[in-house]
Write a protein that binds this ligand. Structure first.
Ligand SMILES: NC(=O)c1ccc[n+]([C@@H]2O[C@H](COP(=O)([O-])OP(=O)(O)OC[C@H]3O[C@@H](n4cnc5c(N)ncnc54)[C@H](OP(=O)(O)O)[C@@H]3O)[C@@H](O)[C@H]2O)c1
Length: 274
C-alpha cells in the first residue's frame, strides 16, 4: 500500500506516509515501529535526540521487512553540528539503527551557535558522497535560511511543523522551486485535529476519521509527505488508510480556511519563523 503514494525528488522515491517516533521510548518505540511496519508503513522518522534509534532499528530487524523497502530518516542533534561531530554522530546513528546507510539525514534545527551552516552542510554532503546516506536535508528552517541551505548543498527537504492550523507556503515555494519536498511534522496538530468540528464533519461524510482527513489534506498539497506519530496500534493502522481517502474540492477549501498560524513546537532559541 505504501508503494501507492510516493513523492519523487530526483531519483529519490519517498513514501508519502511516514511513521513518526518522537516521544516514543524503549518498548513503546519498538512496539510502535513493529506495528507500523506490519501494517504497511515503509518510511520511519527518528532522530539522535529522540533516544530511540536502537529500538527503531531493532524493530526493523525483527520485522522481517527488507531493509531496502524502508525509507529511514534520522536527524543530527544541533549540538553535533560541527563537522567532526556530524561525521561521528552519524556513524553512531547508523550503529544504533543497525544499518549501513540512511535514506535521509537531516540537520534537526538551525545550529549556527555551534558551527557555521556551511560547515555542517559540507560535512553532511561528504557523508552523502561517501554513501552513508542517500540524501540530506534540514529541519525547522524558515524560508530565507532554506534558500541559503540550497545555495550551499544538495538538500531535498525541510522537515517543518505543518497541519491544517499552520500553513508553510513560503517554505513550500522554496522547496518546489528547487525540486525538493515538504516533510510535514506534527501533521495531526499533536492530536488536536481529532476534535476539530469541521474535520469531524468532513470525516463523517466520508466514513473516515478526522486524522485521516487532516493527513489526506496535507498529502493533496504539492510536494508533501507526512509523518504522523501514534503509539496505538489501531490509530497507527487507521492513519495509514488516509492514503485511500478522496476529499472533494469543497472539503479542501473548508480545511484550508482552518489555517490560523498555530504552532505547537516553538522551543527557546527557535528561528524567526515565516
Ligand atoms: N523535526 C522536528 O523538530 C520535529 C518536531 C516534532 C515532531 N517531529 C516528527 O513528526 C512526528 C509527528 O509529530 P508529533 O508526534 O509531534 O505529532 P502528531 O503526529 O501531529 O500527533 C501525535 C499525537 O496525536 C495522537 N494521535 C495519533 N493518531 C491519532 C488519531 N488517529 N486520532 C487521534 N489522535 C491521534 C497521538 O496519540 P497516541 O500516540 O496515543 O495515538 C499523539 O498524541 C514525530 O513523531 C516526529 O517523528 C519532528
Amino acid at each position: 500500500m505504501s508503494g501507492t503514494s510516493i513523492q519523487p525528488a530526483g531519483d529519490l522515491a519517498v513514501p508519502a506516509m511516514g511513521y513518526g517516533t518522537f516521544q516514543l521510548y524503549g518498548e513503546d518505540a519498538y512496539r510502535g515501529t513493529r506495528c507500523a511496519l506490519e501494517v504497511g508503513y515503509r518510511h520511519l522518522d527518528t532522530a539522535q535526540g529522540y533516544d530511540n534509534e536502537a529500538e527503531v532499528g531493532r524493530a526493523l530487524a525483527d520485522s522481517g521487512v527488507d531493509r531496502e523497502q524502508v525509507f529511514i530518516t534520522t536527524k543530527i542533534k544541533p549540538s553535533n553540528a560541527a563537522a567532526s561531530d556530524v561525521h561521528a554522530s552519524t556513524r553512531a546513528s547508523l550503529r544504533e539503527l543497525g544499518i549501513d546507510r540512511l535514506d535521509l539525514l537531516l540537520l534537526h534545527w538551525p545550529a549556527e551557535d555551534v558551527a557555521p551552516l556551511e560547515e555542517t552542510l559540507e560535512a553532511m554532503t561528504e557523508l552523502r558522497e561517501a554513501g552513508l546516506t542517500r540524501a540530506i536535508g534540514v529541519s525547522n528552517f524558515p524560508s530565507a535560511m532554506l534558500e541559503r541551505a540550497f545555495a550551499l548543498a544538495p538538500i531535498v527537504t525541510d522537515q517543518v511543523e505543518h497541519h491544517p492550523y499552520l500553513g508553510v507556503d513560503a517554505i513550500r515555494s522554496v522547496l518546489t522551486a528547487h525540486g525538493g519536498f515538504v516533510t510535514a511534522y506534527s501533521p495531526l496538530a499533536r492530536g488536536e485535529v481529532a476534535s476539530d468540528p469541521v474535520l469531524v464533519e468532513i470525516a463523517a461524510a466520508h466514513d473516515a476519521t478526522p486524522a485521516q482527513v487532516a493527513l489526506r489534506y496535507l498529502l493533496d498539497l504539492p510536494a508533501t509527505v507526512v509523518i504522523p506519530k501514534s503509539a496505538d496500534p489501531e490509530r497507527i493502522e487507521s492513519n495509514l488508510l488516509a492514503l485511500e481517502l478522496d476529499l472533494t474540492d469543497a472539503d479542501r477549501e473548508r480545511i484550508a480556511a482552518l489555517e490560523r498560524g498555530r504552532r505547537f513546537i516553538d522551543p527557546e532559541g527557535a528561528p524567526d519563523w515565516d
